[in-house]
Design a protein around this ligand. Sequence first.
Ligand SMILES: Nc1ncnc2c1ncn2[C@@H]1O[C@H](COP(=O)(O)OP(=O)(O)OP(=O)(O)O)[C@@H](O)[C@H]1O
Length: 210
Amino acid sequence: MLLQTKGLAFTHPGQKTIHFEDIEISEGESLLVLGKSGSGKTTLLNLLAGLAKPDQGEVKVDGKVLSSLSGQKLDLFRGQNIGIVFQKPHLIAALNVLENLQMANYFGKKKNGQLVQILQDLGLSEKRKSSVQTLSEGEAQRVSIARALANEPKLILADEPTSSLDDVNTEKVIKLLQSQAEKINAALIIVTHDQRVKNHISKFIEVKAS
Ligand SMILES: Nc1ncnc2c1ncn2[C@@H]1O[C@H](COP(=O)(O)OP(=O)(O)OP(=O)(O)O)[C@@H](O)[C@H]1O
């Protein structure tokens, strides 16, 4: 089992506690996290990435309980094992496409050998020297996926990767995430309120505000 959660709960200041269904996912598997706006999907993703600490319960990634790590150790563990595609690309404007990917590996202390292949797989080879400020929205989205894959993570977390895309590009992005996850035998979790994604991934959980 690559990722396992037990009894997770989190309370934002002044809000009701959100309780999350337990999750189990193995290498090479995909899981959708569905739920309405405001139900707690991003909160769950932050807990799975170790970006927030649960008030109750635990998250285990590759045998490590995330809350047992802190500071630099947690950052390094995340940098080496978890790739995150955020809702917005959050690329570093001063750097070009390739440099944005190299940065991810620098933090994960990983080598850059596979970057050329990733850029090719995502149709970004010709853009590798381009300033990220000159990219279209779809290209920037693909760079943020490439960055999440750069360190060959065991777990890929994607937060609403298709919300601003049309049907054709939604299908492309989901297929891309799935094929890349399969290639490196990573577990893939996609957080979305986009019901279209259900056509592509059958295993899902639903986050409900109780
Ligand atoms: N920093 C915060 N402080 C207080 N409340 C918060 C904070 N962040 C989120 N919340 C609340 O927690 C709940 C869950 O938020 P979350 O962002 O996880 O939902 P979501 O399902 O990802 O929503 P969306 O689909 O709109 O992105 C919401 O009611 C939100 O208002």
